[in-house]
Design a protein. Structure first.
Length: 217
């Protein structure tokens, strides 16, 4: 193939791909806000499933722009922000932005404002608050609310147990881990809860006194 023909061939491929992208964008222009928002949400969920978190956030943002009153969309975008920071932090990624946790909290809060009975939003906001030592009380309030709204929400008990553990409230943590074991069917997290129970139940050595006890024999 001559060089000029090859260049034209490559250009035609580029124009075709651009046209496909444009057609994809135009597919939402001629839809109602509700239909377009639903389409963006679907694309966002697909992107999350493919671990394309940045793309998912963009889709959820587009959905919110078209239909700003849907609690679920804020919840999904908040979950994506939470996942983006958690994944980056776990991988020691220097680009990890802790403000994603603040963005997540804002989105979960909006979801709760729109739907005060949104149990999952309380759980995820509580999980996010748990990442800030000065917001543990707020996290506890959210887990308590989630459990009050749905006493069968097993993830609320697990996350409250972990929060109690962070707060040094061992007996309360053990009670929640044990109850989680009773109501959850998730094999992986049941194993994790069992590990916490064993660790917290293990006898701990008593530290030596820092000063002699004058009452000791």
């Amino acid at each position: 193939m001559k060089r000029s023909a090859l260049i034209l061939f490559l250009l035609s491929i580029g124009l075709f791909l651009n046209a496909c992208t444009l057609a994809d964008d135009l597919s939402t222009i001629f839809k109602s806000d509700e239909e377009a928002s639903a389409l963006y949400v679907k694309k966002g969920q697909e992107a999350l499933g493919n671990n394309a978190i940045d793309q998912a956030i963009d889709f959820f943002t587009s959905a919110i722009e078209r239909e700003p009153g849907e609690a679920q969309t804020y919840y999904l975008r908040g979950s994506a922000y939470h996942e983006r920071y958690s994944a980056a932090f776990t991988a020691n990624d220097p680009t990890a932005d802790w403000k994603d946790f603040l963005r997540a909290i804002d989105d979960f809060s909006t979801a709760i404002t729109l739907d005060p009975n949104y149990v999952e939003a309380y759980v995820f906001r509580g999980k996010t608050y748990s990442g800030f030592q000065d917001k543990h009380d707020l996290a506890l309030e959210d887990f308590n609310m989630a459990i009050a709204l749905d006493p069968t929400m097993s993830t609320a008990y697990y996350n409250r147990a972990y929060l109690y553990e962070l707060m040094g409230k061992i007996e309360l943590a053990l009670a929640d881990y044990r109850y989680y074991m009773e109501i959850s069917s998730d094999t992986y997290w049941r194993e994790e809860a069992e590990k916490h129970i064993q660790s917290l139940s293990a006898p701990r050595p008593v530290p030596p006194p820092t000063q002699p006890n004058p009452q000791a024999p």
